[in-house]
Design a protein around this ligand. Sequence first.
Ligand code: KG4
Ligand code: ZN
Length: 336
Amino acid sequence: MRILGIETSCDETGVALYDSDCGIVADALYSQIELHAEYGGVVPELASRDHVRKLIPLIKEVMAKAGSQPADLDAIAYTAGPGLVGALMVGASVAKSLAYAWGIPALSVHHMEGHLLAPLLEDPAPQAPFVALLVSGGHTQLVNVASIGQYQILGESLDDAAGEAFDKTAKMLGLGYPGGPNVAKAAQQGNASRFRFPRPMVDRPGLDFSFSGLKTFTLNTRNKCAEADAGLTPEDVADIAWAFQDAVVDTLTIKCKRALKQTGSKQLVVAGGVSANLLLREKLADMVAKLGAQVFYPQLRFCTDNGAMIAFAGYQRMLAGQEADLKVKVRARWPM
Ligand code: KG4
Ligand code: ZN
């Protein structure tokens, strides 16, 4: 079976073609980072307009790279939420129109299920049941995956998502958008012994997270440094970035360990934009080694938003017998 996947939930236009015999045959991604950088974050209206401009050319590019004709396709999968409604509408309407024209079903996919399943495209792939940590710009969740399609949320952030905290920290340190990679880069020059930031909620039982207090702590530290040095020095920025990243990574690692122990699972799957963070990968590798467990990730380019994960999740939805109709329905918020 061949499924075309379309992702437009935020600021990346992603398209990919998944073949159930040989995996991802072709994919293409257009990132709007430059468009939004001068505003310090994603401007929804600009995002929608840019998806309109880029989506059809990317679909043509992927079909050409794969040497595929519309007649080769069995379905189209598109992200129906959660995300920016205008941006989602672009992907949904294009998917539905093509599906109507080509006489195939258009399947709606949950963006976070896309992230969650992305590590299954790798070799070796995790085998359900497993525990998943989903860490993106909009979500921080620990999920018990009994089987594909059967998800139980074990814990989640009560306020900011981990990626959002990275983005806000980057903004307050003048590191620009997108925050995660910039904070990680600045942290490489940081002095590990200057600050120690709190690890929120680790001394309480349970698997929920909270990152807004850490954000405030980071802001207060930033303001104290700026006052003392009459402005932020490059050392202040690097040291704060180091302490912030260390606190987030430590917190995520502690909760993952707790989730593995609680469920008895020996497999941890980590996905979403923050799963590209190298310090997180290092700390999780140490943690799972001590537990005799294994950790799985998507390849780096499929950690952040992409069409491949949507094509693959669409294939799984199809196997599960999901119905498709021609209504264009998207959801800004949508529990998994
Ligand atoms: O999954 P994603 O592309 O979009 C959402 O579904 O939200 O994740 C984007 C988030 C952003 O907050 C970005 O700052 C963060 O992932 N991110 C990182 C890294 N790369 C991306 N955070 C920490 N370290 C990174 N290397
Ligand atoms: Zn995402």
